[in-house]
Design a binder for this molecule. Sequence first.
Ligand code: ATP
Ligand code: MG
Length: 256
Amino acid sequence: MSEALSEAPLLEVRDLVVHHGQLRALDAISLRVLPGEVYAIIGANGAGKSTLLRTIAGLHRPTAGSVLFDGEDVTALRPERRARQGVVMVPEGRRLFESLSVEENLRVGAAYARPGPWTIEQVYEMFGWMRERRNQRTAQLSGGEQQTVAIGRALVANPRVLLLDELSLGLAPVVVQRIYGMLPQILAAGLTVLLVEQDVSQALRVASHIHCLLEGRTTLESKPAGVTAEQVEAAYFGLAGIARGDTAASGEGSEL
Ligand SMILES: Nc1ncnc2c1ncn2[C@@H]1O[C@H](COP(=O)(O)OP(=O)(O)OP(=O)(O)O)[C@@H](O)[C@H]1O
Ligand SMILES: [Mg+2]
């Protein structure tokens, strides 16, 4: 943790409070995402994961707290402005424009693009099938293909931080593995990734840092190596005896 504190975060959230009407969906959430890392938010349904990502992207206005990107307070900026600065989200459930073609969807992503290495052509280089089917409506693609187009659409915006909300949702394990298999290439291009994942083992496999939410509160925050399966389970389901990962919970706890 001390080395993490000495390095400046690319993305930082400070004491974030977000309400949906009366509901306090996020309660004093803080996190620091370092450049080049894969930071995973885990937690059960309704924990506040999407709310956190959407607030970082500028789609919800917090009641209190702030979002800093590259040292600058972006809390008041509209989503398009944040995208131009490099904060780009792949929303939960893909949310493509289904009546538009693959290429038209990619062009939407390019509309708020920063200058950078990713172009539509570059995305086609990475996913050959997409070029072949570029004129097809995305409604006709499989779930995994749509997810890949959604990632491509985010990449052409040339993000510095990519926010990925539940990439695995509704996809077969083999497709999930294929999609997570793209991560090294995305990281090699210099991106930082903040992702939401309900599958804890998947999160532990890919992430350099995990952060567990439960009913809008942080219940665990740690490097994957610093926690036991019991600690993660307790944080995820809200069992007694939870503790922050770095300070270790009580109990014998088996290794993950
Ligand atoms: N637009 C909204 N209006 C009202 N309540 C909302 C809204 N969006 C989310 N909520 C509520 O806020 C809480 C957190 O929702 P959120 O979508 O952030 O959870 P999540 O962790 O992403 O869940 P899931 O794993 O099911 O996607 C839930 O109780 C949800 O019902
Ligand atoms: Mg969600």
